[in-house]
Design a binder for this molecule. Sequence first.
Ligand SMILES: *[C@@H]1O[C@H](CO)[C@@H](O)[C@H](O)[C@H]1NC(C)=O
Ligand SMILES: *[C@@H]1O[C@H](CO)[C@@H](O)[C@H](O)[C@H]1NC(C)=O
Length: 159
Amino acid sequence: MTRMVLLLMALSLISILPLLTTALFHVKGSVYCDTCRAGFETNATFYIQGAKVGIECRDRKTMDEVFYMEGVTDSTGTYNIMVEKDHYDHICKCVLVSSPIKSCNTPDPGRNRSSIVLTHYKNGVLNHLHYANSMGYLRDEPLPQCHQLLKYYLSDSDI
Ligand SMILES: *[C@@H]1O[C@H](CO)[C@@H](O)[C@H](O)[C@H]1NC(C)=O
Ligand SMILES: *[C@@H]1O[C@H](CO)[C@@H](O)[C@H](O)[C@H]1NC(C)=O
């Protein structure tokens, strides 16, 4: 009886081991609505819940798409996508897929993607959590207060 239990324990351990050694990445990032069409996040920016985001990886040589996976942002506009494979030979990026907000669903050409490196081999450090740069949509019409707000941001960057 005990032998049977030991055998079962050994078997379950064997089946768990590959999971522990397999690459597992958490890719985190956020999606915002640029209500001022500023091209960057302002204090009038809000984060979009329910935005669809994709992770796509392409072969370094052929540039063929070899991996694709989607996720959705939560109430804070943050997505958290799990990738279970090391993509050493691939060029990967997060891309915008869709926004649930009709008046804010034009991808900002300058903020529509974010490169990510999904490999452990790059720097020899086991880093499972990857933060992607925020990506954003442009609101169709800038909010009325944006004129004032952008003046503030631009004068600030002149200093
Ligand atoms: C954004 O910042 C500007 C400048 O500090 C301020 O006047 C404005 O009230 C702020 N707007 C919001 C929505 O917080
Ligand atoms: C992002 O925008 C640029 C410029 O419009 C475009 O060339 C590129 O294909 C877009 N990338 C994605 C992932 O949508």
